[in-house]
Ligand binder design. Sequence first.
Ligand code: ADP
Ligand code: MG
Length: 711
Amino acid sequence: MSEPPRPPLRPSLLDPLFAPARGLPGVGPKMAPMIERLLGTPERPARIVDLLFHLPQGGVARRLLGSISEAPPGEPVTLGVTVTGYRPPQAGAGKRPYRVLVEDPTGDITLVFFGMPAPRVEKMLPLGSHRYITGRIDLWDGHRQMVHPSRIVDEAGLAALPAVEPVYGATEGLTSRAISKLAHAALDRLPTLPEWQDPAWLAKNALPTFADALRAEHRPEDAPLPAPDGTTVATPARRRLAYDELLASQLALALIRARSRRGPGRANAGDGQLSGRIEAALPFALTGAQSRAVAEIRADLASDRRMLRLLQGDVGSGKTAVALLAMASAVEAGRQAALMAPTEILARQHLDRLTAMAGPLRIRLLTGRDRAPERRATLADLAEGQVDILVGTHALFQESVAFRDLGLAVVDEQHRFGVHQRLALSAKGEAVDILVMTATPIPRTLALTCFGDMDVSVLDEKPAGRQPIVTRLVSTDRLDEVVAALGRAIASGERIYWICPLVAESEYVDLAAAEDRFADLAQAFGDRVGLIHGKMPGPEKDAAMERFAAGDTRVLVATTVVEVGVDVPEATIMVIEHAERFGLAQLHQLRGRVGRGAKPSTCLLVYRGPLGQVARARLETLRETEDGFRIAEEDLRLRGEGEVLGTRQSGLAAFRLARLESDGDLLEVARDDARLIVERDPGLKSERGKALRVLLYLFERDAAIRLLSAG
Ligand code: ADP
Ligand code: MG
C-alpha cells in the first residue's frame, strides 16, 4: 500500500494551534527545553495545542483556608499563619536549609527554604507577621513541614488572588504557576472554531463550546468538587472536552469501518448442511453463548455486506469450535477459509484440533518453516481449491499465497492488531469476511476504543463441568516448600507448568532465568523435566510440547511462550515465578493453561515481597476471581488504559483528555453518534461534516481523513 506524499491538508484555521509552544511570549532559552521535556516527543516539538490539552489535575481554592492540623499531607493547601521563630542554617553546615516556624490556632509547622539568602526569607516572613502560605505539607522525620511554599502573601495579596488556581502536572523546573501562565498565553491564540457537536445535544447536557471548555479548565472559577472517593468530579468543561476527543476517535474508526465495508460484499454462507453435520458430530453440545455467536457470524456471512466481527471469549470459552463452524459455513458456500494464529505452536495445535473435529473438510498448514516442496504443493492445492481451510501463522498473508477463492479470514489471539493491518488483511481476497478472536477479555470501554469499527460477539459462558482453579500467593522465601510439594505431585501423576520470571524486556535474559530454573528442577526430578522457550528452533519446541502432552515429561519449564492458547488438559498445576512482574491479563492467560480437564487444578503465584499496595491488590484480584472480564476491568482500574492495551508500544489510541475511568460512559454515545454521522454524510461534506473534519485534525486523526479523500 504505497501512498504518494500528500500536501498537508490541515485547514489553516488550525495553524495557530499547531505552532511551536516555545514561540509563546515569555518563553526564554531556559524555559524552552523544559516545555519540550514536558510536552514534546522525539518526533515533534511541543505545540500550542499540547499546552492546551495539558489540563490541570485540579484546582486550589486560594481564598479557602485550611488549618495546619487538618491539612492532608501531600496536597496543596493555603494556610493563614503567624511567624513565630527563625532557625537559620548553622555556619559551615553545608547545604542546610533556613527554617521558619509558623503556627495557626490548630498547630504549628516548619517552613523549609533551601539555598535562599537569610535576608530574603526574613523579609518575606517578618517575625510576628500574619501571612497566607500555599504549598504541600509533608512529613519529614516525624515532623510536619512545608518545603518552599509556592506562594506567600499578606492580607492584601490574598484579596488579589484568583479565586481558584489550577494545579498542573509539572516537570522539574517548570512550576505549575509557570504552566498556568503559558496556558493563558496559549488560550489567546485559540481561533474561533466551528461547532462540530450537535447543538441540541450540547444544550440538553448543558455543555459549553470547545473554546469555553478549555478556558474554564485553564482559568477555573470554581475549584472542582472532590468526589466521595477523593477523585475530582468531572465538570461540564471536562465532559465536553472528553466527548470531543472520544467522538474524534470513534469517527475515525467509523470511517475506516465504512471504507472496509464498502463495495459489494458477497454472501459467504451455504445451506447449513455441512456445518450442521459437523456440529452434530462434536463431542460436546455448544454452550448458549457459542450458539449465539455462531448464529451472529452466520447472519453476517449470509448478508452481502462485509463482516468485520470481533469474537471475545475468555480463556477456555471455546472459541475454536465457533471458528470451525464459521469456516464450515464459508466452505459450504464454495469458498475457502483461513485461520491465522500468532505462533507456530498454536497454528499446529489448531490444525490438530480442527482436523479432529472437521469431518470431511480438507485442512492444511502453512508456516514459515515448511520445506520448499511441501510448501509448493500446499500452494498449488490452495490455488486449485483442493484446500478448504488453511491454518498458519503470518505466513498466510504473504504475497505468494494465492487462494482460489477466500471467503473468510479468522485471526486468532490478536488483540494488538491495529486498524491498518485489518485493512491489509481484507485485501487478500474479494470482499473477504473477517473474524478476529481475542482471548484476552477487554473491558467494554476499551473494546470500543480499539475495535469500535467492529461488531462484537461475546462468549460469556464457559462449558459446563469445568473445575475451579485454586489460586494461592506464595512468597519466594518458600520456594523450597513449593519444590517439595511438586515432588509429591509428580509422584501422584500430575503435570505441571513452571513459568519463569519476566526478567527484562530482553528475551535472552528471560531465557537465562528459564535455563537456570530448568537445571535446578532437573537436578531434583531428572528427565521428567522439560524446557520450552521462544528461542528454540521450531521442531524442538514441538517436541518439547509433545513430550509434555504425552506425559513423558511431567514438569514443563517455560517462558511465556505457553501464554496463549496452549491446551494440555492433563496439566493441573501452574507455578508462576515472580508473579508480581507480570501483567494481570497475562497472569490470567497463563493460569488458563490449567483447569482444562476433569481434575481440579492449582495455580501458585510465587512473588518476591514486599509487595506494594497496587501489586498486592492485583495478585489478590487474581486469587479472588477467575472471571476474565472482572480481571480486565480491575487491570484497567489499577493500571490505566495505556498499559492494559500495550498502547505504549503499539501507538494505539491513548487519550489525552478523556479518562476512561470517568468518561467511559460517553464512549458508546460517541460510537453511535459517529456511525450515524457516517451513515448520513459519508464524505463529511455537510456543514457539520466540515466542522467534524476540523475536529479530526485537531485530534490528529488524519489517517481517517485520507480515506475520505481517497474516495
Ligand atoms: P479458547 O480458545 O476459547 O480458550 P478452546 O476453543 O481452546 O477455548 O476450548 C477449550 C476446551 O473446551 C477445548 O478442549 C474444547 O474442546 C472444549 N470445549 C469447547 N466448547 C465446549 C463445549 N460447548 N462443551 C464442552 N467442552 C467444550
Ligand atoms: Mg484458543
